[in-house]
Design a protein around this ligand. Structure first.
Ligand SMILES: NC(=O)c1ccc[n+]([C@@H]2O[C@H](COP(=O)([O-])OP(=O)(O)OC[C@H]3O[C@@H](n4cnc5c(N)ncnc54)[C@H](O)[C@@H]3O)[C@@H](O)[C@H]2O)c1
Length: 251
């Protein structure tokens, strides 16, 4: 049986954060291909401009700005109008710093981008979704939301916290017709910063990283999981943290 997905999101407006690169970019391209109107947000204006030129469609509206600024969140929601779904993808890493080496700025920034910004965007779109009794929220978590050995203390903590936030939104607003889920990727070939600034982290995690069951995948592979959770095909899925990692969590 072949399935034509080219109209799966026709008539729907989806917000994608981190649209300028990697997983967010791939999700944006696929959503456009499946008929959506996409509001793509990113802190990098040049990346968004490149995306707009490449796609050349009025179905893509871009918003350049730092998601940790409330003004950016307001601009995104205003550009969107009616919001049918949100793919909250933007995220940053933590220089692989274990707790004893963590600095306050890194910790705060990682939590601001990976947890507080998605919360603020969620808070901004929930009232209209509740009013309409419909909405799909998908967050990009990480393998680091399940385990501690593939990042520093900040990233691991922020993704564990994001998983809790997703479950809370799912619990409170599922009865109002809003679904909240997360996709937790394993390794993905993107521009994300994977610098180790801790020699102790290199020593402690080196061998463990060799247990990844599959090589890193292209971002388009993870985008498929995101779109499924955004789509009506996932109508019975709420509060799930879906590994999209080729089986890494089974180890
Ligand atoms: N690449 C991986 O191996 C991997 C694995 C698991 C989870 N993830 C998660 O996937 C998500 C996407 O990461 P990616 O790998 O595609 O990275 P990426 O760096 O290629 O893309 C992330 C995009 O988010 C944007 N961004 C970052 N901070 C922002 C901010 N404050 N405001 C607005 N935009 C901002 C960046 O400019 C960038 O374009 C992240 O949440 C990351 O934690 C990635």
């Amino acid at each position: 049986m072949s399935t034509d997905f080219s109209t799966r999101f026709t008539g729907k407006t989806i917000i994608v954060t981190g649209a300028g690169s990697g997983i967010g970019r791939a999700a944006t391209l696929r959503l456009l291909a499946e008929g959506a109107r996409v509001v793509g947000a990113d802190v990098s204006a040049p990346r968004l401009e490149e995306l707009a030129v490449e796609t050349g469609t009025d179905n893509l509206v871009t918003v350049a700005g730092d998601l940790t600024d409330q003004a950016t969140v307001d601009a995104i929601v205003s550009a969107a109008g009616t919001v049918d779904g949100v793919a909250s993808v933007a995220g940053i890493t933590d220089n692989w710093l274990p707790a004893a080496e963590m600095d306050d700025d890194t910790w705060q920034r990682v939590f601001d981008v990976n947890l507080t910004a998605p919360m603020r965007l969620t808070r901004a779109v929930l009232p209209q979704m509740i009013e309409r009794g419909a909405g799909a929220l998908v967050y990009v978590s990480s393998e680091a939301g399940f385990r501690s050995s593939i990042s520093g203390a900040g990233y691991t903590s922020s993704k564990h916290a994001l998983n809790g936030f997703v479950k809370s939104v799912a619990f409170y607003y599922g009865p109002k017709g809003v679904r909240a889920n997360a996709v937790a990727p394993g390794g993905v070939n993107t521009n994300i910063d994977i610098a180790f600034n801790s020699s102790y982290a290199v020593e402690r995690t080196g061998k463990l990283l060799e247990t990844m069951p599959t090589p890193s995948v292209e971002p388009e592979v993870v985008a498929k999981s995101i779109l499924w959770m955004l789509s009506d095909d996932a109508e019975n899925i709420n509060g799930a943290i879906l590994p999209s990692d080729g089986g890494w969590t089974t180890i």
